[in-house]
Design a protein around this ligand. Sequence first.
Ligand code: GLN
Ligand code: ZN
Length: 770
Amino acid sequence: MTIRTHVLGFPRIGAARELKLALESHWRGELSEAALEATGRQLRARHWAQQRDAGLDYVTVGDFAFYDQVASHIQLLGCEPARFHFAPEQSPLARYFTMARGADTHAAHAGCGHAHHAHAAGTAALEMTKWFDTNYHYLVPELSPQTRFSLACERLLAEVAEAQAQGHPVKAALIGPLTFLWLGKEKTPGFDRLALLEQLLPVYGALLDRLKRQGVTWVQLDEPILGLDLPNAWRSAFESTYWQLNQVGVNILLATYFSPLEENLSLTCRLPVAGLHVDGIRAPHELISVTDWLPAHKVLSIGIVDGRNIWRTDLDAALAVLRPLAARRDGHLWLAPSCSLLHVPFSLEAETELDTDIRSWLAFATEKLAEIAILKGALAGHPDDAALAQSRLAVAGRRASPRVHRPQVAQRLQALSPTVDRRDSSFPQRQAMQRARLQLPDFPTTTIGSFPQTPAIRAARASHKRGELASAEYERQMRAEIARAVGRQEALGLDVLVHGEAERNDMVEYFGEQLDGFVFTRHGWVQSYGSRCVKPPVIYGDVQRPAAMTVAWTVHAQSLTDKPMKGMLTGPVTILQWSFVRDDQPRAATALQIALAMRDEVADLEGAGIGIIQIDEPALREGLPLRRGQWDAYLDWATRAFRIAACVVGDTTQIHTHMCYAQFNDILPQIAAMDADVITIETSRSDMALLAGFGQFQYPNEIGPGVYDIHSPRIPSTLDMVTLLQKASAVIPPAHLWVNPDCGLKTRGWAETEAALQNMVAAARQMRAA
Ligand code: GLN
Ligand code: ZN
């Protein structure tokens, strides 16, 4: 029995986000290509050395990318879209960044936690979308009947040579051909991208051959789509694909992760490859059947350390899972994190200010390497007893900690009444009562919540955070910002006002900082896309709300106007989705706790006289499980969590929700079941087309389809917005329509915001007059 250890991938951004800094200075023209390449080389060398020093048997080469691994494959496979019209003198790296960021005018930002590419003139960047169910965004390959592949593997081979020169045993890692095609987007209607496979395989074959000739013995091919509901044509393509690739004679480790294999399990285990990696965290229940099905002479790589979360592994529990499996394999057993460590922060070493108890419960990428090595030692019969004991202590400490388990939270959950997620009356009854109370015109106008986060606001917050600006003074400045925002909205003639969120850094962090059960790291950065990183909060314990979080600001704002002031909250599912969550209870349980905390805030806002409360759920859709079979269960608890937060109010209080997209067609019944009185969604970029589903479904409650794209600096004309509203009126009863932008305005400037909103108010007036 041989045990080997490896990772599927390592964070590339660097311990101190060196790659981010280098990239941004390169893009500003301050760092040469050669200097950027040198930074890349240094980071790779450092990360390989770290893998070796941790005792891993292989270092992984091919997981590094200057922007994104899928974009790197587009170049590797020679399929840069022709629409970029690259000039021969452009360097590969310059072309790469053009594909990633567009040419001429490009501004990429994540105003609403989503990544958007805004672009006014020149060549648009490749589209970006989420990598499976993670918060990492990849660049989408564009595929058409004209797509041709060719081998351009110099960068990869050079990286392999680098690692070899540094004395490392190399395992190369690549995205598999079927996953690569699956992730691509068909640019020609009616074209089936699977048709490109035949052409793509020889290129992969040649690539494997080059790697083999360079002395690489193992190549990891990532095929995470084996965890999805695949059409039959895609399933059956696996066998011939891997049969063909296996002819090259290099050992292929087929890597699956993120999701159970289910109906693809026996297919996967029978593929003609030398080894298989499975995700023992997301699919622990499949480990036995994989061991049964996978021929004994093949390598089984078990992902036993969570690559998606930040908790220290319970090593005893992991060993209990591994021992019987190891005993049954006379071939090789490999150990690894469940998936690439790209999705967790770099190292705990920098977290010197973190509470020491909580710190002892965590493991970031660096610490996970050590865990893999400890597990190997224990399985191989030479356990590191000190390390095991320390881990045992930390795990037991976490399990028993009164900071994790708060009896009053459990008691409250037990005592929930069956009507906790129901409004008192039906929507039509509430609608009548709310109309009587609010006295709004037809086509009421509002905004999504945030107004521009000006440099002055950011500077004040930064200096308050550093302890330089006293709290009283910070508060005075924020109250003045709120007053300015209210004054501007009154002058514009908007019907339902907002306070503008000046006091909020981020829509999740703002609440996490005030709730019990959350902790924030100093350097826990995770790459989101390109040079952009996020620092998700960590939910470590039972959540509760010690005190009101938004009431004072909202009441202040309401005191400045006679118009209704809309209270603004982030919903439980979004808070959950954008945090690292507990692994000692189901996600649903954590969502419920957050829902109850938000419910308290909703009740306090209502009690303070606020008549309209918006609970944002922009992450509801992205939380959908990868497997459709799990959608219902998720949507059940997710929509219930929303209702629990919302349904504390009386009939005359109007509940809004907001989501930054309009792809609802497959989940409309559940969106309707949230029973928000008003939902605002993104629709302007799709020209209202996506609203049709709501019409066909006869969505029962009121809707504000966004009439202008806040991701673009372009100021829409009144006519543009009237046209959109007319389209909307054709599919939604006009009496149910609201008028608002697509999303919050925090990333925009005031001048453009006021100009656009002025036109928007004029558009609503025209609709009323018509
Ligand atoms: N209320 C938030 C804002 O306006 C909503 C942001 C979002 O949809 N992600 O900024
Ligand atoms: Zn939004």
